[in-house]
Design a binder for this molecule. Sequence first.
Ligand code: CA
Length: 514
Amino acid sequence: MKQLLFFLLLSINSFSQQRPNIIYIMSDDHDADAISAYNKQFIKTPNIDRIAKEGMKFNKAFVGNSICSPARATLLTGQHSHKNGVKDNRTKFDSSKTTIAHLLHDAGYQTSIIGKWHLHSYPVGFDYWRVLPGMGQYFDTRMITMNGDTITEKGYSAEALTADAINWLENRDKNKPFAFFFHHKAPHRNFVPALKYLEEYHSKTFPEPATLYTDTTGRVSAWRMQTMNILLDMRLSGDLKIDPAYLKDIPELKPDAEDVATYNAIMKRMSPDQRQRFEEIYAERGKIIRDKKPKGNELMKYKYQWYMQDYLACIASIDESVGVLLNYLDKNNLSNNTAVIYTSDQGFYLGENGWFDKRFAYDVSMGTPLLIKWPGHIKAGSVSNQLVQNIDFAPTIVDIAGGKIPDWMQGISLKTLLTGTKKVLDRKYLYYHYYEYVRDHTVIPHLAVRGEHYKLIYFYTVNEWELYDLKSDPNEQKNLINNMAYAKTVFELKKELINLRNQYDDHEPAGELH
Ligand code: CA
């Protein structure tokens, strides 16, 4: 009897030894085009690319509501926004809900989350957490610790968060498998890079997207009402591009008191040396504004480059951080038994349509990078073109951990896709619902259904529709809704949209879709 018990314990122990660790890394507003595994035109990200090289790259990964807080609530629950309750960036997540943290804990995992939380309640269910208040700061960021204290972590946020991550990994209970959620602040606006990367990127020039100078003529109301244009809407408070002293002659760039206060609040967190160098670089931009007085497209040309320089320099720190984590796994003999997921909370406009920001159901912002490595389970260098969505992340993680996926999760596990058992998912369409209509960027609410070939979008508060042929028009420039040749396609997609609303139990807006 004793012997049997011994063998039983031994086999339980060896089973737990084999269970994979999971590291989920999510940056904020990191567009796939700013990862060289997806696009080599803008930045080299060798460390993030390593995840693709050793694992699987998803070319068609999407979110269900393209802003920060909703994406985080979806990660925790595997549910679309209307089910998990977080439809916008202001809603508090109901911390009495069962989340992925509880499920992983029940599966015998040790769980932790470090970095951006942005759900207005404290994390619940994690064995360890340390999170940024709101979006935190790029320099000397504040962090909320588990006992509710707010502390300041010196230095650049990506580096401070990485040090926290390594510290947790070092001090974890090494007898248990772990699931670690690492959520970076970068590259969210205001884009304030580490000085070493600003030095490197501020002299680079990047290719302009074909639609950088597009105007809104002939577009639906949502295009005319959005305020996410780099030329018109990216002000000092939004991008810290220009020394306020140089702006008095350029009315459209004139900073208001709030802009200047934001600028000072950010700059004062740097050391005096750093601040001086930052201001020298910003002053070079200001000098161009003062000397050349660029306007219209010429000003857009400059603003686009400055935007890209700062945005990509922030991403350079993320790539460095991923390198530190992967090296830590290598050195500690953990790489072979750890699944590493890299993603963002959604995509981001890098000048397409003249825009920055996200929100729209168009592929740029509905899309998100997704790279997963899991040695021995995922074939190195594999690529999936299946339609996957962020509601799938929670069930996939629970599945990898050997837990039970609850039926209230709305996504599907990608495990069989990852391991190659399955090549095709049983799902032809993805559902999208954006809600937040606020002063920032003023994108009006909409529903969408995305298939392989077509996307139908419904801006329901103004009763306007769009249809795009994603094969012949991948940049979604030609709205086909009034083209009679597509009447049957529109009819079928409306039916799919209604089916998805029923399937996911979304009742807003009430009534029929016309
Ligand atoms: Ca975001």
